[in-house]
Design a protein around this ligand. Structure first.
Ligand SMILES: [Fe+2]
Length: 255
């Protein structure tokens, strides 16, 4: 069967166009992989001021209140994923040269991926550092006085903070914060939001937080969030919370 010259030209042109399209797509994919390469992200994190900080204790340090497997998965998988995805979300933007606090405080200006992953990155670091092995007990000094003054007693504070965690619908966080006038207050935030964010219902300086996402407790406590919350009080690092309180007062220029 003979094809006329015009038909042959159309076939050859179509074939070349198809090849060009494949090459162009392959080049786009290569560029995409280079931009989003996980290894590059990890290398960047070691050179960048944004740091995935080491856990301040061993995975089993919070046993039996928070079990080893939960801490390991929570830190090395969940927290790490927030950090990695935050680094991807800010790559190639002005945020790369900013401070995490400046990003958090102005979060309404940035994409949802930055809000979710930047919040997850910040909140978890704050959560880990607010706990320690053989923690618990009661606050001392000025923080103790402030807790009693604001909530009438430590037990009442514990009850209100626990309730903030128990009643947070879905996933989120309970917080003890300092407001701009230097008064303590309790609140909770959904998802990975926090009280430093400009979108927060009530803004303040965080002093203590408790993660009430299911990944924080489900392996040991299943659906019993209240049991995890009861156990949380055994691992609170009150020295760190007191240090944060002093720092927050100074930043507000309150003695
Ligand atoms: Fe979490």
């Amino acid at each position: 069967m003979n094809k006329n010259p015009l038909t042959l030209k159309i076939i050859v042109f179509g074939f070349l166009a198809l090849q060009y399209s494949f090459i162009a797509k392959a080049q786009d994919t290569t560029k995409y992989l280079a931009k989003n390469d996980t290894k590059n992200q990890n290398n960047m994190s070691t050179m960048n001021k944004f740091e995935f900080k080491p856990l301040p204790y061993s995975y089993d340090a919070l046993e039996p209140s928070i079990d080893k497997q939960t801490v390991e998965i929570h830190y090395s998988k969940h927290h790490k994923a927030y950090f990695d995805n935050f680094m991807i979300a800010i790559k190639g933007t002005a945020m790369e040269s900013m401070d995490i606090m400046d990003i958090i405080r102005n979060i309404s200006k940035y994409p949802m991926a930055v809000r979710n992953n930047g919040g997850g990155y910040f909140n978890h670091t704050f959560y880990w550092e607010g706990m320690k092995a053989h923690g618990g007990g009661v606050p001392t000094g000025k923080l103790s006085e402030a807790v009693t003054k604001t909530f009438s007693s430590f037990d009442e504070f514990k009850k209100q903070f626990s309730d903030a965690g128990k009643t947070r619908f879905g996933s989120g966080w309970a917080w003890l914060c300092l407001d701009p006038k230097g008064t303590l207050f309790i609140c909770s935030t959904p998802n990975q939001d926090n009280p430093l964010m400009d979108i927060a219902e009530k803004k303040g300086i965080p002093l203590l937080t408790m993660d009430v996402w299911e990944h924080a407790y489900y392996l040991k406590y299943q659906n019993k969030r209240a049991d995890y919350i009861d156990a949380f009080w055994n691992v609170v690092n009150w020295e760190e919370v007191a240090r944060r309180y002093e720092t927050a007062l100074k930043s507000l220029k309150i003695k």
